[in-house]
Design a protein around this ligand. Structure first.
Ligand code: GZL
Length: 312
């Protein structure tokens, strides 16, 4: 009996447990932290060993992490690329090592044979949804807009800026008067919004804020209050991510609209990997996640509770 127990203890569980190396950007926003939590949970559910590396927003740390994963011979790599350029060499090394790379939530400017698939939302569309919402909200009245951009050089920043600009293009009453990066963080969002308010005579001529993510908008809300103005009323606010704190702000009338981005990019990524490992099935080059608009008017603020199971 003892022999059996020992043997059973010693033998590895049946089937080989795959290992995935995940190079995560950092924890700059509530959304990013939720993506990390969901990815770790998904890996556990799938019985996959996840090696996690936090790059603290630095591309060189991501490249180092990828080289480490390649040296360790992981079975696959997840990469959330902080910026869009500078990946060809290290992705080429992963390809030479026959390690599939899946991009999460942002894209890269690189030949698409250097990655298996990208799991992202349509980030141009998100900007468009935000712009359309504002256009309807101001209903033809003149509106000076200030814009808090995401991380400079990130695919999502380029796209969300373009989508919003496309949506308001041709509406002569809408004008972006100031636009600057707040690097997707609350702290920077507050600091840059303070500078916008100061530069615009205390903000009396600012009609709206478009922030590329909720965390910068939440920082800006603090700045707007400290300037003695009412966020969501004196200055309309639209942003992207739909994090729980933004749902709270909207429910309290301190913001107006947010476009949801699911933090669960890893779910579809693991699914694609399992199919590939099973019989070589290749996923499409882009697996798109959906974008839903949440506003004060719609009755889906209760969705705030639903967020609990979304990794927040
Ligand atoms: C978008 C993602 C962005 C989030 C931000 O897909 O890359 O990065 O919108 C996060 O909250 O910082």
């Amino acid at each position: 009996k003892t022999l059996l127990v020992t043997a059973a203890t010693l033998l590895p569980v049946s089937g080989y447990a795959q290992t995935v190396g995940f190079s995560q950007i950092g924890s700059e926003s509530g959304w990013r932290a939720a993506e990390t939590a969901v990815t770790k949970e998904d890996a556990k559910q799938e019985g996959i060993t996840l090696k996690f590396a936090d790059a603290q927003q630095k591309q060189e740390n991501q490249i180092k992490a990828l080289r480490g994963f390649i040296a360790q011979g992981v079975d696959a790599i997840f990469l959330a690329p902080v910026v869009a350029t500078g990946w060809d060499e290290v992705l080429g090394e992963a390809k030479d090592a026959d390690i599939p790379v899946i991009l999460l939530d942002r894209k890269v400017d690189a030949p698409d044979d250097l990655y298996m698939t990208a799991v992202t939302s349509d980030t141009v569309h998100e900007g468009k949804v935000a712009g359309e919402w504002l256009k309807d909200a101001v209903d033809g009245k003149p509106c000076n807009i200030v814009e808090l951009q995401g991380t400079t050089g990130a695919s999502v920043t380029i796209d969300r800026k373009k989508g919003f600009a496309d949506a308001i293009d041709g509406a002569s009453n809408l004008k972006i008067i100031r636009s600057q990066t707040g690097d997707f963080t609350r702290a920077q969002g507050k600091i840059v919004m303070e500078s916008f308010l100061k530069a615009e005579d205390g903000g009396k001529d600012i009609c709206a804020l478009y922030a590329h993510n909720d965390d910068m908008a939440l920082g800006a809300i603090q700045a707007i209050k400290e300037a003695g103005l009412k966020p969501g009323k004196d200055i309309k606010i639209v942003s992207i991510d739909s994090v729980p704190d933004m749902h709270l702000a909207i429910a309290h009338g301190e913001s107006n609209a947010t476009v949801e981005l699911t933090p669960d990019m890893a779910g579809p990524a693991f699914k694609a990997l399992k199919a590939y490992w099973k019989d070589g099935t290749m996923p499409p080059k882009w697996i798109q996640t959906k974008s839903t608009l949440y506003t004060q008017d719609s009755d889906n603020m209760a969705a705030y509770d639903r967020k609990k199971d979304l990794g927040y």
